[in-house]
Design a protein around this ligand. Structure first.
Ligand SMILES: Cc1ncc(COP(=O)(O)O)c(C=O)c1O
Length: 370
């Protein structure tokens, strides 16, 4: 069937999610797999969240609160921002899509880095915007010098992109941008009326570097937008919940184009509960940071090159065809993430799991890589 879909969307490729255990069980004829492929939390949702979900399951015949007021109240306290500066979405992925849709006419451009989170590319494509990617540094970190160089050139040609995406830390490389680099960049570009500067902080809860700076420092700039997710440290990837934090006037425009019930009832209940559960949040942070440090020293010991990470995953170089290595790991029961859509042919990404999962993963990695 030759559907008459829009010509400008015909060449788009669907997002490739990490493989699930179900996907690989039959193919590799194994019952047991450890999946460390999608940067999820290795722990089940917090006990407090499970209880609250059970208590609310019987109200699912009623539509959710379209403005998620209870959730926004708790989130505004957690992130220390006024309630009208925060908007909830069906995962931060939905918010990436909405902001591009709001600002971009067909062929307007969006700027990010090569090797940055792939949703910027997918959502630019589906909104018919053009994606411009600046080069990465040699060590796979994002280069704000390259961002600045490209923005300056485009500005001189009167072709400034509408939106700039800066993931900090970045997925899939795990690198971060220090305060020393970020501050002058935001001060230069953050109050331009013709530009939206998005700092995507999906992983900032896992940062331990002392020279990191929270994007919230820059909220005085009217064109700075922060993105947050509840899919990582809060363990709610399956419910889909994220936040956009920005100037209330900008958010009122996003409200106009979002679906009325974009955040379902259970996500609203679970999100509010998780944000209040300080003890569980601290426990998972500790687990991930110590698992990451342990994995990085293991990579050092077995002489595998990796990019130092500030997130809940580590990006490493197999120095071989990553798809072949990935296949060998799968046949040993370990599911990691190949990064071909990002253009990385010899790298893989491993999410930090719990202690047992990491012990299994290290045994398999040693067997296959050394
Ligand atoms: C940098 C970054 N931003 C945003 C997201 C999207 O998160 P979600 O849509 O689950 O909230 C991810 C998910 O992996 C990510 O890596």
């Amino acid at each position: 069937m030759n559907y008459r879909v829009s010509n400008s969307l015909k060449s788009l490729k669907a997002y490739q999610p990490g493989q699930s255990e179900k996907d690989v069980k039959e193919k590799y004829n194994r019952d047991f797999f450890v999946k460390l492929a999608s940067n999820e939390s290795p722990l089940k949702p917090f006990d407090s969240v499970i209880l609250a979900l059970k208590e609310n399951i019987e109200s699912l015949n009623i539509y959710p609160d379209p403005s998620a007021r209870g959730l926004i109240k708790v989130a505004s306290k957690y992130y220390s921002v006024p309630e009208d500066s925060i908007l909830a979405g069906n995962g931060s992925n939905e918010l990436i899509d909405l902001i591009i849709r709001l600002f971009c006419e067909p062929n307007d451009s969006v700027l990010t880095s090569k090797g940055a989170f792939i949703a910027y590319k997918v959502c630019s494509g589906s909104n018919r915007a053009k994606l411009i990617e600046v080069p990465l540094n040699e060590n796979y970190s994002l280069s704000l010098k390259e961002y600045d160089k490209t923005l300056t050139q485009l500005d001189q040609q009167n072709e400034l992109p509408k939106i700039v995406f800066i993931p900090n830390p970045n997925n899939p490389t795990g690198s971060y941008i220090s305060k020393e680099e970020l501050k002058p960049f935001v001060e230069k570009w953050g109050d331009r009326e013709d530009l939206i500067l998005i700092i995507d902080e999906a992983y900032n809860e896992f940062v331990s570097a002392s020279d990191f700076c929270e994007g919230s420092e820059f909220l005085k700039f009217k064109n700075v937008v922060l993105l947050k997710t509840m899919s990582k440290v809060f363990g709610l990837a399956g419910l889909r919940l994220g936040f956009m934090i920005a100037d209330p006037n900008l958010l009122s425009l996003v409200h106009r184009i979002r679906n009325p019930f974009n955040v379902n009832t259970l996500a609203q209940v679970a999100g509010a509960c998780a944000l209040n559960d300080t003890e569980s949040i601290e426990n998972i942070k500790k687990l991930i940071i110590s698992g990451r440090e342990d994995l990085e020293s293991f990579f050092k010991d077995i002489k595998i090159e990796y990019t130092p990470s500030q997130a809940n995953f580590v990006f490493f170089d197999t120095k071989k065809d990553a798809l072949i290595v990935h296949d060998k790991l799968l046949s040993e029961g370990l599911i990691l993430r190949p990064l071909i859509p990002y253009g990385f042919k010899s790298h893989l990404r491993i999410t930090i799991g719990d202690v047992e999962q990491m012990s299994f993963a290290k045994d398999v990695l040693k067997k296959v890589l050394v």
